[in-house]
Design a protein around this ligand. Structure first.
Ligand code: NAD
Length: 368
């Protein structure tokens, strides 16, 4: 059987720097664990614009559609700010998400013990935190019609439309319940059914999917504004949260920052299963291209490495190996190894991007 394939799209700024560390780790799994991937690399964002005049070439899009998983670094940078909207680096990312129909965005908020002091919340509120927000990514108010700025009488009116079909809610609800089965069997669905019809439908459909297909999973419903309060008050009450595109955008950023640095946050975007049963999938760190530190070896590669751990778990069914990688990262952090973004007020000497990668590989070696 052919090896599973990974398309790597490093992108711009610190993207290539952090992806270089992921590449080392992919090789480690091939050499030491017999997990061999067919890895290819291509351009996205400004790097693609420089060569092709577009932020994602059609051939690259076709490769992404065919890959078992796509790993993306980051796109954008000041050099490209002047470009027309249609060819801005971010359009490459949006095209990937749209054409691969990646409707479920998984954003974990996991607090490594060694970094609990980084949170703005009290240590006992965040230590050991491990929750997953599933955000619907391809519908809702960011896409609904009508939208625009119109003239009405003698003033203008701005309109966006929250719109969800039953099937769009069903598929993201299933994604959340499936995840919950691999975790702690608990889902909280968030909407505003008290004031929005789309929220009433959301609640009804999530409940129906639960009752008919996943009765063994514990399901609760919460208004999204209360959800925001609860996330900050006592986040450990949650395991999987499923919510729409707009609320998910806000709640996932809020939850993620409970845990500290942007350099630590991975994400996955999943679509429908392909012929081989694997979901269409793209994995990427939450952070951007960080032009302020690009090219200086200062970037923290952990967000990108944790994104690869998610690929191991969700695309390649290698949950144990994903855990091995996460534990290696935990060990390195517990040993006090820090990139510059993780340095506390007490100072110390930060390691470089590639030194952090090497330390994680040493911890992987030690795990054998
Ligand atoms: P950013 O995430 O790039 O950086 C914000 C801050 O966090 C910066 O100070 C940066 O140095 C720091 N930071 C980010 N990642 C880090 C890491 N791995 N290690 C250490 N420090 C890190 O956000 P921004 O500055 O608002 O945007 C910069 C560019 O990135 C813009 O062009 C923006 O459009 C783009 N962007 C891309 C994505 C993406 O590719 N998914 C996401 C957000 C922003």
């Amino acid at each position: 059987m052919a090896n599973p394939s990974i398309l790597i799209l490093p992108g711009d700024g610190i993207g290539p720097e952090v992806m270089a560390e992921v590449t080392k780790i992919i090789s480690w799994f091939g050499d030491k664990r017999g997990l061999v991937f067919d890895v290819s690399e291509d351009l996205v964002g400004g790097a693609a614009y420089d060569v092709h005049g577009v932020p994602l070439a059609d051939e690259t899009m076709a490769k992404a559609q065919a890959a078992d998983a796509v790993l993306l670094g980051a796109v954008g940078g000041p050099k490209y700010d002047v470009l027309d909207f249609s060819v801005k680096p971010e359009r490459g990312l949006l095209r990937l998400r749209k054409e691969m129909d990646l409707f479920a965005n998984l954003r974990p908020a996991q607090c490594f013990d060694a970094l609990a002091d980084f949170s703005s919340l009290k240590k006992d509120v965040v230590a050991g935190l491990d929750i997953m927000i599933v955000r619907e990514l391809t519908s809702g108010v960011y896409f609904g019609e009508p939208r625009g700025i119109f003239n009405e009488g003698n003033e203008r009116v701005g309109i966006n439309t929250q719109r969800y079909t039953e099937s769009e809610i069903v598929r993201v609800a299933r994604a959340a319940f499936e995840l919950a089965k691999r975790r702690n069997n608990k889902v909280c669905s968030m909407e505003k059914a008290n004031v929005m019809e789309s929220g009433i439908l959301w609640r009804e459909v999530v409940q129906k999917v639960h009752d008919e297909e996943y009765p063994e999973v514990e399901l609760s419903h919460m208004y999204a504004d209360n959800g925001a309060m609860q996330l900050v008050r006592w986040p450990k009450q949650f395991d999987v949260i499923v919510t729409d595109n707009l609320f998910g955008d806000i709640l996932s950023d809020c939850a993620a920052m409970l845990t500290g640095s942007l350099g630590m946050l991975p994400s996955a975007s999943l679509g429908a299963p392909m012929a081989n049963g694997r979901p269409k999938a793209m994995y990427e760190p939450v952070h951007g291209s960080a032009p302020d530190i690009a090219g200086q070896g200062k970037a923290n590669p952990i967000a990108c490495i944790l994104s690869f751990a998610m690929a191991l778990r969700y695309s390649f069914d290698q949950g144990d190996e994903a855990t091995r990688l996460e534990q290696a990262i935990e060990k390195v952090l517990a040993d006090g190894v820090r990139t510059a973004d993780l340095m506390g007020p007490d100072g110390g000497t930060p390691v470089s991007t590639s030194e952090m990668g090497d330390k994680i590989i040493a911890a992987l070696d030690a795990s054998l």
